[in-house]
Design a protein around this ligand. Structure first.
Ligand code: SF4
Length: 285
């Protein structure tokens, strides 16, 4: 994909490939608190090299277009849930699922926790300077167990009906589970009693409809997920070790971006790099 850098007025500007905001860049062995988002933690889990180049060396990845259709289902669901939150009544999908004892959680920080850019759930990892944060889609409350429940809205367009088991087993949904587990971890660390069951509220667009007719129909499914955050701290400390190192980690051999970059380097540098062999480190992004 060709990604051209534009300013807020939509004008083309020079793409430097470097971050300009110093607060985004970590200096190895720094002691000042450093805010790191859930999505960057996920980057670390996917490719330590890209994570390091981004957070320590300030090299920025090409931007992606916004997912405005998906975001719109989130925005509209939030409106629905806020009405139920105000009245402390179960949402229609909870009633349909026999979860009448579950209502949207009411808390003065709810808007802050849902704002991934200016707040989010946040916790400074014990014994470190890393503040892990992430904007949650919603939090519900179980009136029987007095536990909070992590909820993530997901939108998709799949011709197959959403079934809990296959949804959770889907290869592209593993990062969703990580996402929910990080939110559950953060809420636990923030002192909340968190339900062992979280939910994905999946909105699946109907691709088999007779036509568009100015609207898209969605089937909604609640997918329950028994989360487990036991693995998170070990990975966080591994991430901190990488941040504090001056060695650039290995790349992910399945990454198409790196393969593309490698092949470009071969051609443009006219070096005799075998097609399938990693180039010398100085040729990597
Ligand atoms: S393999 Fe290369 S391009 Fe891909 S994520 Fe890692 S460093 Fe980035």
């Amino acid at each position: 994909m060709v990604s051209l850098k534009r300013n807020s007025k939509g004008e083309l500007v020079e793409a430097t490939g470097l971050r300009s905001r110093e607060s985004s860049i970590y200096t190895p062995l720094q002691t000042e608190p450093f805010r790191l988002s859930r999505s960057k933690f996920n980057d670390f889990l996917s490719c330590q090299r890209c994570f390091y180049l981004d957070r320590v060396k300030g090299i920025v990845s090409p931007s992606m277009p916004g997912w405005t259709l998906n975001e719109t289902t989130d925005v509209l669901l939030k409106k629905e849930f806020d009405v139920c939150r105000e009245q402390q009544i179960p949402h229609r999908i909870c009633e349909e699922a026999g979860l009448d004892h579950i209502v949207p959680f009411q808390h003065e920080d709810m808007d802050k926790w849902r704002n991934s850019l200016h707040g989010g759930l946040a916790h400074q990892i014990d014994g470190t300077n890393i503040i892990l944060h992430g904007g949650v889609d919603d939090i519900w409350y179980d009136q029987q167990t007095e536990e909070v429940i992590v909820v993530d809205y997901k939108s998709q367009a799949n011709k197959y009906r959403v079934e809990q088991e296959s949804y959770l087993a889907g290869v592209y949904h593993q990062s969703y589970k990580i996402q929910l587990e990080v939110y559950a971890y953060l809420l636990t660390k923030m002192g909340f009693k968190v339900s062992p069951t979280g939910y994905f509220y999946v909105c699946n667009a109907d691709r088999n409809a007779d036509g568009f007719f100015g609207k898209m129909l969605f089937e909604e499914t609640l997918v329950a997920y028994e989360w487990n955050s036991d693995w998170i701290e070990e990975k966080l400390f591994a991430m901190l070790k990488i941040l504090n190192s001056d060695v650039i980690p290995e790349h992910n051999q399945s990454c198409e971006n790196c393969a593309y970059s490698h092949q470009r380097a071969r051609l443009e540098n006219k070096k005799r790099i075998p097609p399938n062999r990693p180039p010398p480190p100085d040729h990597w992004p």
